[in-house]
Write a protein that binds this ligand. Structure first.
Ligand code: ZN
Length: 319
């Protein structure tokens, strides 16, 4: 016998499917959810997307996959949050929940007494985590970000979890696998509390490129096959994998105009210049120099760079 999935006051029995908006407890915040509770017993997987409002490919892929998936074909259950920051995405906010200006993917575990975003975090931790055995959180570069497709995997939650997630990555068609020690985000807080998971990143710049949507659909199918929820053959994976054990995440302490001298998928050497911030008249305010041989994961794709806010560049170390 399968198990009952319970979420925000609804119950989904084995063999049933739920697809509708739910209200996050303690708020009036509505977010779209799909629960496919298989007829057959098995694992329960959480697929999240739309945490950031300017990141589209994951939302488009989950929309299609969650709509087609039926309880008849699933062994176990899948909980999808189809577009967690729904008000942010439909209001065209890049990263934050407009109700309170907060980024969901920080400050987990949240609080049942805090802001709307705090309560969304708390809802995920208290109602979703205890029911699931794996978390896959689908992101993209932000509306002003250029990004190489990459996965962030937990590197500070023990060898067993690291190896499991890297094994799942064998079936994910994404080239760069980045060790992460983060602990206060949607998937990373889960990892630090015993639920393995990963962030997947494809696309960026506010685009919904079909190449990345199709890629995400294949990744999702393979995750469900990996954990035994679906039968059938894995979708083929062609990406050659690079594991980055270390990465640099560089912000800026000046505001100005950013002129990158790097490209995605291109190696650079320690000492190479990554780019410049200039003032409006072209005078250099700051130079960014690589401290390691590396490869770009993502970089600011806007002309403007804002002090203590813009992610200038993130790169993995080649050692
Ligand atoms: Zn994101």
């Amino acid at each position: 016998m399968g198990k009952i999935i319970r979420l925000a006051g609804i119950e989904v029995m084995p063999g049933e499917k739920f697809q509708d908006f739910i209200t996050v407890p303690g708020t009036e915040y509505k977010t779209p959810v799909t629960i496919v509770n298989g007829k057959q017993d098995g694992r329960t997987i959480y697929i999240s997307t739309g945490v950031h409002g300017g990141e589209y490919p994951g939302v488009a892929a989950v929309s299609e996959v969650s709509s087609k998936l039926s309880p008849e074909e699933v062994s176990g259950a899948v909980i999808f949050t189809n577009c967690l920051n729904y008000s942010g995405m439909t209001g065209m906010y890049d990263a934050v929940v407009p109700e309170d200006g907060e980024n969901i993917n920080r400050k987990f575990p949240g609080s049942p007494e805090g802001t709307v975003t705090d309560r969304i975090r708390d809802f995920i931790v208290r109602e979703i985590y205890p029911q699931v055995e794996f978390i896959a959180d689908l992101h993209s570069g932000g509306a002003y970000e250029s990004l190489s497709s990459c996965v962030f995997f937990p590197a500070a939650c023990g060898q067993e979890m690291r190896e499991l997630v890297l094994d799942v990555c064998k079936h994910i068609d994404i080239p760069y696998l980045v060790a992460s020690t983060a602990s206060d985000g949607l998937y990373s807080y889960g990892c630090h509390h015993g639920v393995p998971g990963m962030i997947l990143e494809r696309g960026g710049h506010g685009e919904c490129d079909p190449f990345h949507v199709e890629g995400y659909k294949r990744d999702l199918k393979n995750i469900l096959i990996y954990f035994g929820l679906l039968n059938g053959e894995y979708e083929p994976v062609s990406a050659k994998k690079t594991v980055f054990e270390h990465a640099s995440y560089i912000g800026t302490d000046v505001t100005g105009f950013w002129y990158p001298e790097i490209e995605l998928d291109t190696e650079f050497k320690k000492g190479d210049r990554l780019g410049l911030i200039k003032d409006i008249f072209g005078n250099t305010l700051k130079e960014f120099i690589a401290e390691h041989d590396g490869k770009v994961l993502y970089y600011n794709g806007a002309l403007v760079a804002i002090e203590n806010w813009t992610n200038i560049v993130a790169y993995g170390w080649l050692e």
